[in-house]
Design a protein around this ligand. Structure first.
Ligand SMILES: [Zn+2]
Length: 498
């Protein structure tokens, strides 16, 4: 029997606010000089302390909800999720349960099975329903606000608690179980991260734990619609962990069914070093948490004017930008996706286009190729070279002032010294040789000096042609116009056939 996975994701994202969710302590625990300095009676759960909701966090949450095509609940409430753990001093977490701030949204998917269709891109205002889901759309069940827990530092025989993180605003984005491959889950997670970064609500820095995934996984025979018992893998802190843990869990469940067993509903941890999922506890149901309305916080009443004011703040999101780049700049979908993967890169690309006389296509080829290679190698940001300077460089290659290979040398030098392209070309004497007579002289000299290779080439060893081109590149230090050189070289060789 063939099985298919049914995957849903819960994504926890800390919000980039100055203060915590329910008190005025700094939320920037990463910069705290030492443990337990950004604390007060509220975020350490002292009796009698009263929470007050963070206005900025509500705005950012609504912004995310709108970006994910959700409807915003004008009346939404906070609830207590009761459970005991040493990193939760109150004995409950303030969360949202029955009425989250946003729900019933969707995200366009791009996976090998569901390519981006032209007509689908402009459908932002349409909420797809029922039929045909999984065909390029992942439904977002809800987006709700909660607070992060403290941090436990485990020592050998004891653990230390740091409350600097306790009460930091946390957004939970819950998808429907609409993903049928690990690739689709990875695609969805990648897109959510990009959207959060575009919105400026989360840095996406997973090494710091500001974005965490939980995967709900079950498997079923291909073609069936049943939803079997699922397991939940907690605290996946990288795309790699998400991928490996999901793959492992899918295979584990298939093996259980194939040997006649039953999958148990439970919460699992992921042991990255050993590459296995580990049982942590049998899965709680919602009733185990004894949710009840938070008595210390009034329900949130949001009105249309407030929601409209947030809506105006929505920037052009990655999917829309990708579509526009494809249409306006005639890029391929993969080129456009690469350039829109980071907002800073997309903005930089458009700025170079504004300065350049060259076509957007050649600008894209330079940025996606040589430019990105340098960025990754040197680990620097795109704007370490001004858009104007890069545009000048690309134009010099386009109008044949310098050759493509000289262009790469100039770019590397620009990254190194920060110099202007025209000056570097002058200093390094890289002006392209486009004088036909000069190139002809070089070609004639090479052919005259290598009668043996000419003879072999004419006898049929055509691979030698590249060798002749290499000789010409060496003689001119890569400055000869390659198209012209190729033409003259072929002509010179044929003339010697007589
Ligand atoms: Zn506090």
């Amino acid at each position: 029997m063939k099985y298919e996975p049914v995957i849903g994701l819960e994504i926890h994202a800390e919000l980039l606010t100055n203060s915590k969710m329910f008190c005025s302590c700094s939320a920037d625990y990463a910069s705290a000089p030492e443990p337990n300095v950004n604390i007060c009676p509220t975020c350490t759960g002292l009796p009698g302390a009263m929470p007050v909701a963070n206005k900025k966090a509500l705005e950012l949450s609504a912004l995310v909800g709108l970006a994910l095509n959700c409807s915003i609940n004008k009346h939404n409430t906070f609830a207590r999720k009761n459970y005991y753990y040493p990193d939760l001093p109150k004995g409950y977490q303030i969360s949202q349960y029955e009425l989250p701030i946003a729900e019933k949204g969707w995200l366009q998917a791009t996976s090998p099975l569901a390519p981006l269709l032209k007509g689908e891109r402009d459908s932002n205002s349409l909420l797809p329903t029922g039929e045909g889901l999984g065909m390029g759309v992942v439904r977002v069940r809800r987006v709700h606000i909660e607070e992060d827990t403290a941090k436990l530092n485990h020592e050998k025989n004891y653990a230390l608690v740091d409350f600097n993180r306790a009460g930091v605003p946390l957004l939970e984005i819950v998808s429907e179980p609409d993903m049928r491959t690990v690739e689709a889950a990875l695609d969805y997670a990648t897109k959510i991260r990009a959207i959060l970064r575009y919105l400026g609500v989360n840095s996406g820095d997973m090494e710091k734990g500001v974005l965490r995934f939980e995967a709900n996984i079950s498997v079923r025979p291909v073609g069936s619609n049943e939803l079997r018992k699922r397991t939940e893998i907690k605290n996946l802190n990288s795309f790699r962990a998400l991928t490996r843990a999901s793959q492992y869990e899918i295979e584990r469940q298939i093996k259980i069914y194939e040997s006649g067993g039953e999958v148990i509903q439970e919460t699992l941890g992921w042991d990255d070093a050993r590459g296995v999922t580990i049982s942590q506890r049998s899965k709680e149901d919602a009733q185990d948490y004894r949710y009840f309305p938070e008595p210390d916080l009034p329900p949130l009443k949001l009105d249309d004017a407030w929601i409209d004011a947030i809506k105006i703040r929505l920037p052009e999101l990655p999917e829309a930008k990708t579509a526009r780049f494809i249409t306006d700049f005639e890029l391929t979908p993969s080129e456009a996706r690469l350039l829109t993967s980071e907002l800073s890169l997309a903005n930089y690309f458009e700025e170079v286009i504004r300065h350049a006389k060259s076509s957007p296509k050649s600008v894209s080829a330079w940025i996606a190729g040589e430019f990105m290679r340098n960025l990754n190698e040197l680990k620097v940001e795109a704007d370490s070279i001004s858009a104007k300077s890069l545009a000048q460089l690309i134009d010099m290659v386009t109008d044949k002032t310098i050759s493509g290979s000289s262009g790469k040398v100039v770019l590397a030098e620009m990254f190194k010294s920060g110099g202007e392209p025209a000056q570097i070309v002058k200093d390094k004497n890289l002006l392209q040789l486009t004088d036909a007579d000069a190139i002809q002289a070089v070609v004639t000299k090479i052919l005259d000096e290598h009668p043996k290779e000419v003879g072999e080439y004419l006898a049929g060893k055509e691979t030698l042609f590249q060798w002749f081109m290499g000789q010409a590149a060496r003689a001119t230090k890569g400055k000869a116009d390659p198209v012209m050189t190729k033409e003259l070289m072929l002509k010179g060789l044929e003339e010697r056939r007589k």
